[in-house]
Write a protein that binds this ligand. Structure first.
Ligand code: HEM
Ligand code: HEM
Length: 187
């Protein structure tokens, strides 16, 4: 890894970046799938799935903060020279927005639950290990409605961004046949 982290000829992300990418990426996709699964359910099973959604979301928040701090101190490998400027700009904007959403979505979910009038009856359990403390946000219908709207809007933006991101990677891999995917795969 030290060798990868140094040298201007480096063409792949480091193992740390790859680890963060795939762990957070899979957890985000799983968390989106869980709300859609819970949509058609009722009662206790729905409650269990939403409890998992919240705990996974809190994990994504702290992993993403760790990833952001790590990323600020480590430059990504340069893109292959053949990639046009507009695609570089799109990828960069896409990546910045990913970081905003990876932090903004779980934070808004946590704030939303903290604003709830019934929050004391419904603690956020972290996989049964401990209860996550509530954040100091104004409690009440108005702030709850604002935060749930923010959570939903950012959640939809995340779905759109993942589709755009994956479509870009698939195009590079299958149509342009360049090594973009290999930049983010281990081994
Ligand atoms: C099957 C799904 C996915 C594939 C195949 C994939 C693939 C890739 C690849 C190949 C790169 C490197 C692009 C480059 O060279 O600049 C990348 C970067 C990135 N991906 Fe994904 N990705 C996937 C899902 C996700 C998801 C779900 C997220 C967000 C939660 C995500 C967030 C990012 C970010 C933020 C970067 C930029 C890394 C950085 O510079 O810090 N990806 N992805
Ligand atoms: C990776 C982080 C997260 C992602 C990607 C995510 C995504 C989503 C999405 C897409 C929805 C559906 C929005 C809608 O159409 O109404 C949703 C709903 C919800 N989320 Fe999250 N969320 C995350 C983290 C959290 C956290 C940390 C909490 C609370 C601590 C939370 C609480 C909720 C609740 C209560 C709902 C409403 C479900 C319902 O009853 O319809 N989420 N989330």
């Amino acid at each position: 890894m030290t060798g990868q982290a140094m040298g201007s000829e480096r063409s792949r992300y480091s193992s740390v970046a790859i680890g963060f990418h795939w762990i957070i990426g899979l957890l985000v996709i799983l968390n989106i799938a869980l709300v859609f699964i819970a949509e058609d359910m009722e009662g206790a099973s729905r409650g269990q799935i939403m409890t998992a959604h919240k705990a996974i979301g809190i994990s994504v928040l702290f992993l993403s903060l760790g990833r952001l701090f790590w990323r600020l101190g480590h430059r990504p490998p340069p893109l292959p020279g053949a990639i046009p400027a507009w695609q570089r700009a799109l990828a960069r904007a896409n990546h910045i927005l990913f970081y905003v959403l990876m932090i903004g979505i779980p934070l808004s979910g946590w704030m939303w639950m903290s604003a709830g009038l019934k929050r004391d009856e419904r603690p956020i359990s972290f996989f049964g290990l401990f209860d996550v403390p509530f954040l100091p946000v104004p409690r009440g219908e108005a702030s709850g409605a604002f935060l749930s709207g923010a959570h939903e809007t950012m959640g939809l933006a995340m779905i759109a961004l993942i589709l755009l991101h994956v479509a870009g990677v698939v195009k590079h891999h299958l149509v342009d046949r360049d090594p973009i995917l290999r930049r983010m795969t281990p081994g």
